[in-house]
Design a protein around this ligand. Structure first.
Ligand code: MG
Length: 349
């Protein structure tokens, strides 16, 4: 499908590990005050003066989390950074540094890793992040990519999953389910390509969905917006596994129940029309799809006027007493128990 356009193939063994790291990182610049020393010594040195430090990590495995037959390496690099930054923003913090570790088989030439790092570098530039270290080694099969993100927040600003109270409003940013459908579109094209290698994928009708899958953006803007609006969520989480499983995380950790209203779940028109084409239920996709990297949070009712009418936010429900359980209120006004059908990285089938 997506052919490797790199004609040149420089073997990694020509550079050696340190030559490779130097080659891949030489154009990265330092953006953050908190970075004292980045790459080049035994350890990086960071200075956060009085702030709380947020640390999160994520491991991506070829064939489990990504498929390079339709995921360009530059996009993979960008997305791998976004996945981690999203977790820092979900704590209501500012992301500042990343480390990148990878294991690659000899199938990957230097030019492929240059593409991967071009994506990582673009993410660092767009989000004002410093690359401060990592590790590179060989693998017997495929690629493994592990990124750790570090961020900061004032102690008073950190938002956990466990602060939601009954009657708090449940709010989500952006729209849901498109990233999952983008994956379905790409998988379908891959199957078509297997049968007919001369076919050219026509993704024009699915551009938004494919972009949501291949080039997601972490919601740094929302952390700033909430600060500007003087709203501190009572709980927050990012949507990596699907709306229902994230809601259940908030409910169990906050010891509350919730009513989620099906008709309120924000969906993109392209997502709705593609669900019809694939003959799948759009609510199911939004609840279980995952990889949207939007933020899901709760606020107390008295903060509602501050966010009311803002196009970034949709109120999708409210929290209740724990004894009422976590429920989806359908369009037909039926209450059904919310279950976690979210994508589970451990059930790799
Ligand atoms: Mg998360």
């Amino acid at each position: 499908m997506l052919k490797d356009k790199n004609e040149q193939r420089t073997s990694l063994s020509e550079l050696g590990e340190f030559g490779l790291i130097n080659h891949l990182t030489k154009y990265f610049t330092i953006n953050c005050e908190s970075t004292e020393k980045a790459i080049g010594d035994d350890a990086a040195v960071l200075e956060f003066s009085g702030k709380q430090v947020l640390v999160t990590t994520d491991l991506l495995v070829e064939g489990v989390h990504f498929d390079l037959s339709y995921m360009p390496l530059k996009h993979l690099g960008y997305k791998a950074v976004m996945v981690n930054l999203s977790d820092v923003y979900a704590m209501n913090g500012t992301a500042s540094q990343i480390t990148v570790s990878m294991a690659v088989s000899n199938r990957f030439p230097l030019e492929a890793l240059e593409e991967l790092y071009a994506g990582i570098q673009l993410a660092c530039k767009n989000y004002n992040i410093d690359l401060i270290g990592g590790d590179t080694t060989s693998s017997t099969k495929g690629m493994l990519l592990s990124i750790t993100a570090i961020g900061e927040a004032e102690k008073k600003d950190v938002v956990y999953r466990n602060g939601a109270k009954p009657n708090d409003l449940l709010i989500v940013t952006g729209d849901l389910g498109s990233a999952y459908l983008g994956l379905q579109v790409l998988e379908r094209e891959k199957q078509v390509f297997k049968v007919n290698p001369n076919s050219q994928p026509d993704l024009a009708n699915y551009s938004y969905l494919v972009e949501r899958q291949l080039k997601p953006e972490a919601r740094k803007d929302i952390v700033k917006l909430l600060k500007d609006l003087e709203v501190k969520p009572t709980s927050m989480i990012d949507i990596s596994d699907g709306l229902s499983s994230e809601i259940l995380h908030i409910c169990s950790q906050s010891e509350v129940g919730c009513n989620l209203y099906e008709e309120k779940i924000p969906l993109d028109p392209q997502m709705i029309s593609t669900c019809e084409e694939f003959n799948i239920d759009s609510t199911t996709v939004a609840l279980s799809g995952g990889e949207d990297y939007e933020l899901l949070f709760t606020i107390s009712q008295e903060d509602f006027p501050k966010i009311k009418g803002n196009p970034n936010f949709t109120v999708i429900g409210h929290m209740t007493d724990k004894t009422e359980g976590a429920n989806l209120v359908t369009r037909a006004n039926q209450k059904v128990e919310l279950t976690a059908q979210g994508w589970n990285s451990l059930s790799n089938d």
